[in-house]
Design a protein around this ligand. Structure first.
Ligand code: ASP
Length: 590
């Protein structure tokens, strides 16, 4: 069968459109051959586009057509001209929209051939992700990927509609710009016309959106690519998409009241709701209760402090820890009392892997309480610990001792591992949460200096402003994260709008005045020209769409993602450049 031109042929319907209402109509369909069934005198094949599948039949009343159809291979590109007929009752396929009909072909045009696909498009593939990424154009033909990209489009559209309805302007900010610190390294772009000088790709539009508030733009939003050169992490992308917004005269309540209905609109795309108002939890409480600043609330299993019964017991491991100011913390695994010896050993091993010195369990069984600490601590102490932790008959209590935050974090991770293993994370539940009152700074031990926790433009809580200089580690910020099912899907803050305070924060971060001027002089100057109080947030669009799509990895909702090693396997980026380009950019490779 020869390849033929499309000519002036135009499709009359998509491959996902025809129903019994179209029976008797002459149609033109254009698409890819999905599957061929050769029955000898009769050939059936499915033709596919992103809208769906339609069954085509080539019948013996047109013999050359039958022999043409026998030459079709999966992924060939074809045009089919024919008439819509009702399928025989036993051939009806209720699973697809076009399942009542088929098109009896009058003409089949082969528009292009295809090499044998590296993996089948017409069934679930178990091929490696690297192969999928290398042949992404084939991967994107699969229904699952098409569904994901369509969902992403709908989410972006809904977001734009929502913000437009709420008086926001979408304003583009530069991609070739100056460093905007968000805690990662910058991607740099050498300037050809200014030898030795570089642009930075934005880690976020942070400074520009704040300047838009100074400009009186009032409410800004942008669906925007951001770039962060971070150490390789499983589900990070060097370029990713944020829904970035900023609001003049903002308070936390105002920001939350704008974001919560938006999340409701996005959840509605998958037929779900986001009950409001969302829960709010202080950072310190999140660490204490769940050992995480992005707790997954679906799991229950709150951490408790259980020092009291052990403080005066003879169980020396815990007693000594408490005496040095450490704590005994633990949580209850519902129905965990049934764990075998081996499972308990695995649990202790898991805790050690996470950094715990040890893990002590306890349970109330029919035969009395059981625990490896029973002998040393005594039955009363174990009973009291079980009671304090809220452990019932069939439950298992696990405990560890150590400094409050570190122990909480270890137990928090163990809690999540168990929740996953025990299927306690309902995939159909969506638990939203605002985490608020983050610390302003964290102490970098190896660099012996304070680093910002959110970014250096975040305002301290008014009540903590005095702590900035006297006790920076205790100062809390007007920063907030939006958490959904244990993923941080957004983060933002009320900003510093007073240039004196901004200069002070730069100083606390170890920047000299000259350095601050060099890096942020333009911004410090802008702050002096009537800056309104303002605040905002950025949402991670990739993560949100992944959650809506029920995907584990954000790569499944990005058309052309990079691998965890930051490589584009299809295009082959990054790559070397030719010496002439380097010379033009005044660069030498070391
Ligand atoms: N610029 C911040 C970020 O990218 C978000 C914000 O504070 O609005 O995380």
């Amino acid at each position: 069968m020869d390849i033929q031109p499309l000519g002036s042929l135009a499709r009359t319907h998509t491959c996902g459109q025809l129903t019994s209402a179209a029976v008797g109509q002459d149609v033109v369909l254009l698409g890819w051959v999905h599957r061929v069934r050769d029955l000898g005198a009769l050939v059936f094949f499915d033709i596919r586009d992103r809208h769906g599948l339609t069954q085509i039949v080539a019948r013996e009343d047109a013999p050359s057509l039958v022999s043409d159809a026998k030459h079709l291979r999966p992924e060939h590109v074809v045009a089919v001209i024919g008439r819509v007929e009702r399928r025989a009752p036993e051939a009806i396929n209720p699973k697809i929209k076009t399942g009542d009909v088929e098109v009896v072909a009058r003409e089949i045009r082969l528009l292009n051939e295809a090499k044998t696909p590296p993996f089948p498009i017409n069934e679930d593939t178990t091929v490696s992700e690297d192969t999928r990424l290398r042949y992404r154009y084939m991967d994107l033909r699969r229904a699952r990927m098409q569904h994901n990209l369509i969902l992403r489009h709908k989410a972006a559209l809904e977001i734009r509609r929502y913000f437009d309805e709420n008086g926001f302007l979408e304003i583009e900010t530069p991609i070739l710009t100056k460093s905007t610190p968000e805690g990662a390294r910058d991607y740099l772009v050498p300037s050809r016309v200014h030898p030795g000088e570089f642009y930075a790709l934005p880690q976020s539009p942070q400074i520009f959106k704040q300047i838009l508030m100074i400009s009186g733009m009032d409410r800004y939003v942008q669906i925007v690519k951001c770039f962060r050169d971070e150490d390789l992490r499983a589900d990070r992308q060097p370029e990713f998409t944020q829904v970035d917004l900023e609001i003049a005269f903002a308070t936390e309540d105002l920001v939350f009241s704008i974001l919560e209905p938006l999340m409701g609109r996005l959840m509605a795309l998958i037929g779900r709701d986001a009950p409001r108002p969302f829960l709010r939890m202080a950072y310190a409480d999140a660490i204490t209760k769940y050992g995480s600043d992005k707790p997954d609330l679906r799991a229950g299993m709150e951490l408790r402090t259980l020092s009291e019964p052990f403080a005066s017991s003879n169980f020396s491991v815990f007693k000594n820890a408490i005496a040095t100011g450490e704590e005994v913390r633990g949580f209850v695994i519902p129905k965990g009392a049934r764990y075998s010896r081996k499972e308990l050993d695995t649990l202790a091993e898991d805790a050690k892997q996470l950094g715990a010195a040890g893990l002590v369990w306890a349970r109330a069984a029919d035969a009395g309480v059981q625990s490896p600490a029973l002998k040393a601590a005594g039955e009363d102490v174990i009973r009291r610990a079980l009671e304090l932790a809220g452990a019932g008959g069939g439950d298992l209590l696990v405990m560890a001792a150590g400094p409050h935050d570190a122990t909480s974090r270890i137990l928090g991770q163990l809690r999540l591992q168990i929740a996953k293993r025990e299927n306690l994370l309902d995939p159909n539940a969506y638990a939203f949460l605002w985490v608020v009152d983050f610390p302003m700074f964290e102490w970098l031990d190896d660099e012996r200096r304070w680093e910002f926790m959110h970014h250096p433009f975040t305002s301290p809580l008014e009540a903590d402003a005095a702590l900035l200089e006297s006790d920076p580690g205790r100062a809390r910020a007007r920063a907030y994260d939006l958490v959904l099912n244990g993923s941080e899907i957004g983060g933002g803050s009320i900003r510093i709008h007073d240039q004196r305070l901004q200069r002070l924060v730069f100083k606390l971060l170890g920047m000299t005045e000259e350095e601050a001027k060099l890096r942020f002089g333009f911004f410090l100057e802008a702050l002096e020209y009537g800056t309104p109080p303002h605040g905002g947030i950025a949402l991670g669009l990739d993560r949100i769409v992944a959650i809506l799509a029920g995907e584990q990895s954000i790569r499944e909702v990005i058309a052309f993602p990079k691998t965890a090693q930051a490589v584009d396997l299809m295009a082959g980026a990054p790559s070397t450049v030719n010496p002439k380009q380097l010379r033009e950019l005044h660069l030498k490779i070391d």
